[in-house]
Design a protein around this ligand. Structure first.
Ligand SMILES: CC(C)=CCC/C(C)=C/CC/C(C)=C/COP(=O)(O)OP(=O)(O)O
Length: 304
């Protein structure tokens, strides 16, 4: 019998390199002052660990839960809860196991970050083990309140912004839109992990069967659905983009960067005409599009 192959743990470096290319959070990093960037990096490393604890079958480096694999939902739940317990130390001063939490502690102390948004992100990871389908758009928005909105709250705190209800609402809309656009781009990958975030009511309305998500190319029904979901997420993003007007200084630059990144992600989906399954890179956000959208996002009005 061949020896069982063990996957190497996912290192923090692997994750940061992979994610810098593809994902939302690092979009605005480059231009920010070093101190702000360091804080964002510390938080981002924790967010990536939480994502990976919920998703990855292999042990997650930097999480303090190694060598625990995440092959089954029960294992992933255990390591999410172990990480939640470890999180206590960031605020109590007790020693933490996870290097990413050791790095978070001084940032939390200096900026006044609370643990509440991190708990919500862990709750999203827990939901991912228990809920693999969403019936309606409203149910999906409930998931985004756990998985996306807390990221915005953390970012605002890092920049020292004390936001009123309107700004919070607009930032929540931006974060939710970014998450929904990510769901559109990742339909195939999520399906391979056993999850479908596109609401079942929409799959039905567009005549998309679950099996269509396994195909090598998106068929006409799935393309139609993705055009619809992209437009809906984009409208939410455009509505929330007014948040930029309520911000000053580097916070304004960063959030404009996230908005521009979201618009570029929507462009990529439109360019691919909803064919997110073929893997030929057409649905990947282009840096040139992010740059093109930045001035409009900074002025908090322009959407193109
Ligand atoms: C103040 C303000 C509006 C800040 C914006 C903060 C921000 C970048 C929110 C993104 C929300 C989110 C979890 C998106 C998924 O992206 P992902 O790339 O992590 O995707 P994944 O979960 O599929 O890996």
């Amino acid at each position: 019998m061949p020896a069982e192959r063990t996957e190497p743990p996912l290192s923090q470096q692997d994750r940061l390199l992979g994610a810098e290319r593809a994902e939302n959070f690092p979009v605005a990093m480059r231009v920010l002052p070093a101190r702000v960037r360091e804080r964002l990096h510390a938080v981002y490393a924790v967010l990536r660990v939480i994502d990976d604890l919920a998703d990855e079958p292999v042990p997650v480096g930097g999480s303090g839960t190694e060598p625990c694999p995440g092959t089954t939902p029960a294992q992933r739940l255990r390591r999410l809860e172990a990480f939640r317990t470890d999180l206590d130390g960031v605020w109590s001063g007790a020693p933490v196991r996870a290097p990413v939490l050791a790095a978070l502690a001084p940032v939390a102390r200096d900026t006044g970050l609370t643990r509440e948004p991190f708990d919500r992100l862990l709750d999203a990871g827990v939901a991912d083990q228990r809920i693999t389908r969403y019936r309606t758009w409203d149910e999906l928005l409930g998931y985004c309140a756990l998985s996306a909105e807390p990221v915005g709250r953390i970012v605002l705190t890092l920049f020292g912004v004390s936001a009123g209800p309107e700004l919070l609402r607009d930032c929540d809309a931006v974060c939710t839109a970014l998450q929904l656009l990510e769901h559109c781009a990742d339909v195939g990958e999520d399906h391979r992990r056993g999850r479908t975030y596109l609401p079942a009511e929409d799959l039905r309305a567009f005549g998309v069967a679950e099996a269509d998500l396994d195909a090598d190319r998106a068929g006409p029904a799935l393309r139609g659905l993705l055009r619809y979901e992209t437009a809906r997420a984009r409208a939410l993003l455009d509505g929330g983009a007014v948040a930029v007007a309520g911000l000053r200084g580097w916070a304004r630059v960063a959030v404009a960067g996230y908005v521009a990144g979201g618009r570029a992600a929507a462009d990529a989906l439109v360019r691919a005409d909803g064919d997110v399954l073929s893997g030929d890179g057409r649905a990947v956000r282009r840096r040139a599009d992010v740059v093109r959208h930045l001035p409009g996002a900074l002025l908090a009005g322009g959407s193109r």
